[in-house]
Design a protein around this ligand. Structure first.
Ligand code: E4P
Length: 214
């Protein structure tokens, strides 16, 4: 399974990249706004750090506006993937952009039928938001299970990016279910590496080593 990092923060991207854990990056308007800097500048910097798909989201909601914005974003770098919201206008934009050879990531997907439509429109990626479903007491990972099965039934090439990841269990279950990608916030990525028995073991080894030296 590929790991994308879900952030627009350059320090976090550099740190995760140094661990070899970044196959791509996803951003959204909220993550960009948090950085308080120019959108294009941030995306250009990310493209210089990570050699993989970098998702940048459109703001316009009409098909024509989305397509125009997407074409501008795609000019920034060859690795740009344009994030398009899951709406009827969005599907029309995806269809046009796919025909132009521009990669798309259909975002804010909360049902299997939305994901089916995104794949039929030719989306490169689809982003089901598991954490936000969990927040409404609907099991987010059940959606991933359905999507993996549905896409494999028809051999769709659209890749599943598990998004709105909130904890390590989301990542573990994504891998067990065979999702293509999980896009992981930096705080969750750090938790994946941690185990108290690892820390305890390191301490015990060093204590024994130091005692023997005395
Ligand atoms: C995905 O591409 C989104 O940027 C992200 O995963 C949303 O996560 P949130 O629900 O924690 O905001």
């Amino acid at each position: 399974m590929k790991f994308f990092i879900d952030t627009a923060n350059i320090d976090e991207i550099k740190e995760a990249n140094a661990m070899g854990m970044v196959d791509g990056v996803t951003t959204n308007p909220s993550l960009i706004a948090k950085e308080g800097r120019d959108f294009k500048e941030i995306i250009t910097e990310i493209c210089a750090i990570v050699d993989g798909p970098i998702s940048a989201e459109v703001i316009r909601l009409d098909t024509e506006g989305m397509v125009r914005e997407a074409r501008e974003l795609a000019k920034i770098h060859k690795n740009i993937v344009v994030k398009i919201p899951m709406t009827i206008d969005g599907l029309k934009a995806v269809r046009q952009l796919t025909a132009d050879g521009i990669k798309t990531n259909v975002t804010l997907v909360f049902s299997p039928l939305q994901a089916l439509m995104a794949a039929k429109a030719g989306a490169t990626y689809v982003s089901p938001f598991v954490g936000r479903l969990d927040d409404l007491a609907q099991e987010g990972m059940a959606l991933i299970e359905q999507l993996v099965e549905m896409y494999s039934n028809y051999a769709f090439e659209t890749e599943i990016i598990v998004a709105s990841v909130r904890n390590p269990i989301h990542v573990l279950e994504s891998a067990l279910m065979g999702a293509d990608i999980a896009t992981i916030p930096f705080n969750v990525l750090s938790k994946l590496a941690a185990h108290p028995l690892t820390d305890k073991g390191i301490k015990a080894f060093l204590d024994d080593w130091n005692k023997a030296k005395k």
